[in-house]
Write a protein that binds this ligand. Structure first.
Ligand code: ATP
Length: 365
């Protein structure tokens, strides 16, 4: 059981580089927290600080009420799973899973055997216990790495991109298993990834990071639906959100976004801050899925010419040249679109996003 609290935590490397700045974050007991961001944003540094593998140069890190800045890794009751699996090549699967427990000398052979077999059963690798790692597939090796962490029954489970070496299909099925594992183990999970879909699927809360600075902390819905700035909006979503540059205009019915011939009424939720935008340029954020195919043009129509059609099984991705610029949209497949065709799609106004172009900050109230 552990609550993890970062108070003003920072990391400055000896060469002066700041990999993490002023992190304030409380991770709840049994929470599944995902650290998400591009390469080099400081995710692994943060995770390694929890593990005790990285020195903390600013602030305090607490497990429950205890400051652990100086507590060595083996006294922290954490277990870590890495992208590389880090299995011992000359040991069997059984021995790989048991090794950490044997080293600790806290459990007798019968208890170790019980835990190894229990973990192997849950991970469905019982038939593989006598094999060596080089006789396993990538997915099986990853399960062994998970098993080795599970048998420790740690208070905190740390995972650094554990699925990134797996192929796409296996990654998706392992995501579901990791989620089940979290429910079964009733332990705090902290998970590092640069894969937004993985973060949205797994997390209770996501911390989006960039250049060592937290951009936003929230549930997957909050992060996806109310991104605080342009960076967060652009990092989540597939295909990525479209940004159209333009201005905010006042009309008798409220505010609207204008760019050339494109005019889109803005929702109430954007009015308060957008009111004061004046002549400063804005970026309209339109997610690919926030359009509907409706016959007949309306006030909220996006007109344009289809430039590309990418069928993706369940849907179609359309590239569309509009008065506001080129956008990529996702529509159903009831009607097959063709390149060169003129279309009008209705925008779901309530889901539009608006950002100040200069600062990238959201203009949502
Ligand atoms: P990735 O997904 O690529 O692993 P990350 O978000 O996990 O990226 P970190 O490994 O936490 O990033 O690294 C954060 C930053 O700290 C990077 O810019 C990295 O180059 C820098 N860094 C890491 N170790 C050192 C070091 N010993 N000295 C100086 N800078 C370092």
């Amino acid at each position: 059981m552990a609550r993890i609290q970062f108070s003003g935590v920072g990391k400055r490397y000896p060469n002066g580089f700041v990999a993490l700045a002023d992190l304030n974050l409380e991770i709840g007991d049994r929470e599944f927290l995902v650290l998400l961001g591009p390469s080099g944003c400081g995710k692994s540094t943060t995770l390694n600080m929890i593990a005790g593998l990285e020195e903390i140069t600013e602030g305090q890190l607490r497990f429950d009420e205890t400051v652990v800045n100086e507590v060595p890794p083996h006294k922290r009751d954490v277990a870590m799973v890495f992208q590389s699996y880090a299995l011992y090549p000359h040991k069997s699967v059984y021995e790989n899973i048991a090794f950490g427990l044997r080293m600790r000398q806290q459990h007798d052979a019968a208890e170790i055997d019980r835990r190894v077999r229990d973990a192997a059963r849950r991970l469905e690798i019982e038939p593989l216990l006598e094999r060596r790692p080089n006789q396993l597939s990538g997915g099986q090796r990853q399960r062994v790495a998970l098993g080795r962490a599970m048998v420790r029954q740690p208070s905190v489970f740390l995972m650094d991109e554990p699925l990134s070496n797996l192929d796409a299909a296996l990654r998706i099925s392992m995501r579901a298993e990791i989620k089940q594992l979290h429910q079964a183990m009733q332990t705090t999970f902290v998970y590092v990834t640069h894969d937004q879909a993985e973060a949205l699927t797994l997390a209770d809360r996501i911390v989006v990071m960039r250049d060592g600075v937290v951009q936003q902390i929230g549930t997957p819905d909050e992060i996806y639906e109310q991104p605080r700035n342009q960076f967060v909006a652009s990092f989540l979503g597939n295909p990525p959100i479209n940004f159209l540059e333009g201005l905010v205009e006042h009309t008798a019915h409220g505010l609207r976004f204008v760019r050339g011939d494109l005019r889109l009424a803005l929702p109430e939720s954007l009015s308060a801050k957008a009111q004061g935008q004046g002549d400063r340029p804005v970026l309209l954020g339109l997610r690919a899925e926030d359009v509907v195919e409706q016959p007949g043009a309306s006030e909220q129509s996006l007109h344009g010419q289809v430039t590309t059609v990418l069928p993706v099984g369940s849907d179609q991705f359309l590239g569309m040249q509009t008065a506001g610029g080129l956008v990529y949209l996702r529509v159903g497949k009831d009607r097959r679109h063709r390149e060169g065709e003129s279309v009008a799609l209705s925008v779901v106004t309530s889901r539009l996003h608006l950002f100040d172009k200069a600062t990238g900050e959201s203009l949502r109230g």
